[in-house]
Design a protein. Structure first.
Lengths: 295, 63
């Protein structure tokens, strides 16, 4: 068959693209190894759909293009599937991800399958017209361009992070000059001073200020920090729950955390790399009124 | 969403029984040290946070 090589190359390239984007990193999702197998299988299916599109058009099998529409519908189901899986395990998490973070993860997993389709389509399409090596090069280039386009900003891009000390003023806990919560028991206060860490996040502009103000974004920061550094907390110790509170005058936020690993420099690194959630992004400066109102 | 304060405040610990009139369990302590010990234990038992309203009054609150 004359289209065999382009289709095979497209399927292989699309599957590899999905494999590269599939990483069970410290965010613990997908769970190894069953989640890996499921997502890899979906990626291979996506690659196959993308790989056969151009050869089908060349053979004037125009109805085959409707498979792309069907595939898109199925991959939207992936987003629902991921969302349900993560929501179901939320109640067992010591520190929850939050709805925004879960939705962001679900959207990313849906989008990564579309990347597999795009890479497979590019490789098989260019391989039909030119040499297969040119097709592979086009696929690699396309993958790099798409990856760069959808690269998420991280907290380190939008905020200045500073170490800050914890202190008690009577029963009130402060990180820097930001009030965190009220807790009166002296034994617990001593424990918090001994093991707690504090961090200040100062937004670089008004968009960042609104992003950091978002509950979902703050929950994501807390979740990622505790995933890496561990959490010195149990079921009956709500006072050790990590918290982020906002200073209403400046918009900066302060993080209080009781980690198992009390390493402030690692905490800084982790929080710097927390992704900025799509649903939490501030848009103050995107409108004329917002720009005029900005300081 | 209505919040019933009685369901949120699980208990009160105080050294002065004139400051709290009831509605929730009230524990009277002899001194500050006993207040700390009582509130610590109650916090663990009731899975609540010990908040200080005044020097003489701690409330155990469920969040």
């Amino acid at each position: 068959m004359k289209h065999t090589l382009p289709i095979l190359l497209g399927v292989a390239a699309g599957t590899i693209a999905r494999l590269v984007t599939l990483k069970s990193d410290y965010r613990k999702y997908p769970s190894y190894p069953h989640g890996y197998v499921t997502h890899l299988a979906w990626g291979a299916i996506a690659a196959f759909v993308g790989a056969v599109a151009i050869p089908a058009l060349i053979e004037e099998e125009y109805t085959a293009v409707t498979f792309l529409v069907l595939a898109a519908q199925q991959f939207r189901e992936i987003r629902s599937m991921e969302r349900k899986s993560l929501e179901q395990i939320e109640c067992t998490q010591m520190v929850k991800r939050g709805v925004d973070y879960i939705e962001g993860i679900a959207k990313v997993f849906e989008a990564r399958n579309y990347i597999a389709i795009a890479v497979a389509l590019l490789v098989s399409g260019v391989s039909e017209i030119a040499h297969p090596m040119v097709g592979l090069a086009a696929g690699a280039g396309g993958f790099l361009i798409i990856s760069n386009m959808i690269r998420q900003k991280v907290i380190g891009d939008i905020a200045i992070l500073k170490k800050a000390g914890l202190r008690w003023e009577g029963p009130s806990l402060y990180v820097g000059d930001v009030f965190i919560f009220n807790q009166g028991n002296r034994r617990i206060q001593e424990t918090i001073i001994e093991h707690g860490l504090g961090l200040l996040l100062e937004p670089k502009d008004d968009n960042a200020r609104d992003t950091l103000g978002s509950i979902g974004q703050r929950q994501a920061i807390v979740h990622d920090a505790t995933t890496i550094l561990g959490i010195r907390k149990d079921v009956a110790t709500p006072e050790f729950t990590p918290m982020i509170r906002r200073d209403l005058r400046s918009g900066k936020v302060a993080l209080y955390i009781m980690p198992m690993e009390p390493d402030i420099n690692r905490l800084l690194e982790v929080v710097r790399r927390v992704p900025v959630l799509e649903t939490s992004q501030g848009m103050a400066l995107k409108s004329l009124a917002g720009r005029k109102a900005a300081d | 969403m209505e919040i019933d304060l009685k369901l949120v405040i699980k208990a009160v610990v105080t050294t002065d029984d004139r400051l709290v009139t009831g509605g929730v369990p009230v524990f009277i302590a002899k001194n500050q040290d006993e207040m700390d010990n009582l509130s610590f234990t109650l916090g663990k038992v009731l899975d609540g946070v010990v908040h200080q309203l005044k020097n003489e009054v701690y409330i155990i609150v469920s969040h």
